[in-house]
Write a protein of this length. Structure first.
Ligand code: HEC
Length: 223
C-alpha cells in the first residue's frame, strides 16, 4: 500500500470520528433533560438548600410586619429573655466582645459583616446589606434557609411574635436606637389580623361560629 492509500484510510477514520462527535453534540442538545419547575413530590419539613446559592428555593416569603405598628407594642422584656439563646454565641453587651459569633450590641441597621476581626462566612460578606428590621426578621426565622452557607448554626425562631419582641429588644440594646418607621396606612388590614376567625371571644360571650350561633348557655335550673 502506498502512502496515498494510507491517507485515504486515515481520512476515512477521522471523518467517521468527527461525524460521531457531531451527532453526539447535536443529540445532547436536542435531548437535554429538562428539570421540572416544581419537584414532583414535596417532603414536608425538609428545607431545600439551593446548590448554587441562587436563592431559587428560598423559603416561602412570610408577610413582613408593619414595624411602625408592632415595635411600639412589642414586649422588650420577653425579647430579652429570648435573646438568652443568642448569648451562647454572641456578646450582647456594650463591650462588643467577639465570641463564636460577632457582638450584637447595636446590630439593628448595622452593615452586615462589619465587625472588624470577626471571620465572617463568604455568604454574609458576599451579600452586602444592612440589618434592618426586615432583614433581621427574615434571617432569624431560619438563618440557614435565608442565607445558606452562613456559619450561624442556629435553627431559628419560627414564631413571628417572638421574633418581633427579640428585634424590639435588639433595637433597644444600643446607645442610639434605630428610628421606628411611621405606621403604614391601614389599607391592608388582612396582614394585621393573621388569626382572624380563630380567636375565641375573650370575654366569655357565646361565640358565633361559622355554622350559626353557638348553643345557648344552660338555663338556670328553677327549683
Ligand atoms: C450557635 C451559635 C450562635 C447562636 C446560638 C446565635 N448565633 Fe448569630 N451568629 C453566629 C455566627 C457564627 C455568626 C456569623 C455568621 C457568618 O459569618 O455567616 C452569627 C451572625 C449573626 C448576625 C450577623 C451579624 C453581623 O455582624 O453581620 C446576627 C444579626 C445574628 N447572628 C443574630 C443572632 C441572634 C439574634 C441570635 C439569637 C436568637 C443568634 N444570632 C444566635 C452564631 C450564633
Amino acid at each position: 500500500m502506498d502512502s496515498f492509500e494510507w491517507n485515504k484510510i486515515i481520512g476515512a477514520v477521522l471523518g467517521t470520528a468527527i461525524f460521531i462527535f457531531v451527532v453526539r453534540v447535536v443529540a445532547e442538545n436536542i435531548y437535554e433533560p429538562e428539570k421540572p419547575a416544581k419537584p414532583g413530590y414535596v417532603v414536608e419539613g425538609v428545607v431545600e438548600t439551593p446548590a448554587g446559592g441562587g436563592g431559587a428555593a428560598a423559603p416561602v416569603a412570610e408577610a413582613l410586619p408593619d414595624w411602625g405598628t408592632v415595635l411600639a407594642k412589642a414586649d422588650i422584656a420577653a425579647g430579652k429573655a429570648t435573646a438568652a439563646k443568642c448569648e451562647a454565641c454572641h456578646d450582647l453587651s456594650a463591650a462588643k466582645t467577639i465570641k463564636i459569633g460577632p457582638p450584637l450590641f447595636g446590630v439593628v441597621d448595622r452593615a452586615r459583616a462589619s465587625i472588624a476581626g470577626f471571620a465572617y462566612s463568604g455568604e454574609l460578606k458576599g451579600h452586602p446589606a444592612n440589618w434592618t428590621y426586615d432583614e433581621l426578621y427574615k434571617f432569624l426565622k431560619s438563618p440557614g434557609a435565608y442565607l445558606p452557607g452562613t456559619k450561624m448554626s442556629f435553627a431559628g425562631i419560627s414564631k413571628s411574635d417572638d421574633r418581633i419582641n427579640l428585634i424590639a429588644f435588639l433595637r433597644s440594646n444600643t446607645d442610639a436606637p434605630a428610628p421606628i418607621p411611621a405606621p403604614k396606612p391601614a389599607e391592608a388590614p388582612a396582614a394585621a389580623a393573621p388569626a382572624a376567625g380563630a380567636a375565641p371571644a375573650a370575654d366569655g360571650a357565646p361565640v358565633k361560629g361559622p355554622n350559626g350561633p353557638a348553643a345557648p348557655p344552660p338555663a338556670p335550673k328553677a327549683n
